[in-house]
Ligand binder design. Sequence first.
Ligand code: NAP
Length: 319
Amino acid sequence: MSHHQVIIIGSGPAGLTAAIYTARADLAPLVIEGEPSSDSDQPGGQLMLTTEVENFPGFPEGVMGPQLMTDMRSQATRFGAEIVTAKVSRVDFSERPFSIWIGNPEMTEPTHTADTVIVSTGARSVMLGLEAEQRLIGHGLSTCATCDGFFFRDQEIAVVGGGDSALEEAGFLTKFASKVTIVHRRDELRASKIMQNRAFDNPKIEFLWNTIVDDILGESKVEGLAVRDTLTGEARTLAVTGVFIAIGHRPNTDLFADQLDMDEAGYLVTGADRSTTNIEGVFACGDVQDHTYRQAITAAASGCMAAIDAERWLESSSD
Ligand code: NAP
């Protein structure tokens, strides 16, 4: 068993920024970064699934998402952060020091203990479950209009989904695209009335009702969608050069059920303008506690906040 002053669970921009700050505060953090289990599930968070990032300050020419994460990781280790490639299988925050298990969760003894824990396990976009999604993400397929809309200037694109996210993404995308087709599996939207009215009033938005996506076409970039009418069974191709999947997000919080307070969608609840959770000494940052902004820069900023909160808490609890 190894004991640490700070353990950070998760290695996206939030976790690695927390690692840089706590390492520079001489707290020798341990980052449990996760473990690759598929192409779409690997340490480093959602930026590992993107190509070019053009809105992270400091990179006037843009930077590739995986490169940005590799650089953040190197910056953290340079100041003494230790990183292990493993998934946390169980936590016990009921007493201090906090207990963390990697590997077999049935083991009586935890593998690690910590004076303070920073949770930065992120969130994931719900996907359709098509094989093509893994191949084409970052190559015309995206889950973030704010991040990637700019790349679709004057193109015809599609958004899949019928909730507020889909309509918000579609509205934003009409700033760039020449036409946005919302592909929805029913003939009624889940989104709020105000968002619906905005979308209906937008001349660049069209709806494809009662339609599901059977496949995303294109080998190295999106060339179209194979769609099917759920009422008539008719199959056809929708010619688009981009597709945004907006069918919901899930925070990665299963591990913390019954220990950390969550909202009804499963996001961790943090204090107003702070990274504190309901357990003193456990902090949360990044998308695991943010369903509003969901940007690399906001995640990194909240990682900085969590590191400073953790450092101050350690100082005050050692008095
Ligand atoms: P959501 O409300 O759960 O909507 C998901 C949409 O995706 C639904 O229309 C659903 O269809 C569809 N969908 C789900 N799985 C699908 C699948 N496998 N294939 C095809 N379609 C599928 O998710 P959300 O839009 O991300 O919103 C989440 C929460 O955030 C909501 O409470 C929302 O109000 C809030 N939000 C608010 C704003 C805002 O106020 N500006 C913006 C974004 C999100 P069905 O309708 O048929 O189930």
